[in-house]
Design a protein around this ligand. Sequence first.
Ligand SMILES: [Zn+2]
Ligand SMILES: [Zn+2]
Length: 351
Amino acid sequence: MATMQGVVLPGNSTVEFKEFPVPEPGHGQVLVKMKASSICGSDIRAIYREHLGKGPEAYQGVIAGHEPCGQIVTVGPGCKQFAAGDRVVLYHISGCGVCEDCKHGYMISCKGAQRAAYGWQRDGGHAAFLLAEENTCVALPDNLSYVDGAFCACGFGTSWEALTRMQVGGADRLLVTGLGPVGLAAAMLGKALGVHTVIGTDISEGRLALAKTLGVVDHVLDAGDDPLTKIKDLTGGVGCEVSIDCSAAPSARLLALKGTRQWGRCAFVGEGNKVEFDVSGDLIHPQITLYGSWVTSLKHLQDLLERLSLWGLHPESTSRADVFLPLEKAAEAYDLADKGQTGKVCIVFDD
Ligand SMILES: [Zn+2]
Ligand SMILES: [Zn+2]
């Protein structure tokens, strides 16, 4: 039987390689040759450093990588849409298919016992091949790269979902707190949706420098240096019509709320941690609509890929090309992702 090397994460900030059989697709399944498989902040927070997850975030010792993108090499019986040779992005959770959330394409929120995320409860993208359910595959447009596709599987999808749910557009200025990969995605997509001005904040020097270099954030602010006053100064004293926290830091969540204009909208997508705020002063009296938004739906991932293709926008440009590393360098890749200074880190595969 053919075998392959897969990366597993023991939970002590190391990676391990294990030998796995190359899987054979069953009914309704496809075998995807991996081309790009990026690393998400959740992989670092809930798996790599230590196994913190419970329920949908409980890691089961499988091949890691929940942002997979590749090319189908074999289809199992009963497949209806895809064929060998098709380029696909994986919506990274397979759901029960029959619950309310699954019917809406939000398999992320599936409560069924069958729910399994690639890289968490079933094998993910950090190996040469991935066994996938056909109904979790979304076509990757020809003018997008495999790395572009991987970046959309979780990170860009998460930003897209929150921005479109808040109906962000040309009448808005956008505040992004946290300029990691998800924050940079929010900035890039906000601009593409017509946002007039993007203001971004972070405490990390590397992230601030990268955001400045990329040019997707109009005003890059050091969160340690009185950012609220600067946000007010940049917006005629009123704040941004829309804000999104991509950091999960309590102070940044609060800054997102306080930096939102009266009657504005604010979304929290950064995972974990807590926040305490003055409900009357910071939320009720300023008439702010606060959104919690978790990943995206299958259809909205497809919408995102279509729009990126139309706009000729490349998510991979929000990262540094020197952090796209081969599978053998997975340990280095996770270490870089943990340090969080480079934009999204991605495992890439030859041919
Ligand atoms: Zn993720
Ligand atoms: Zn379900």
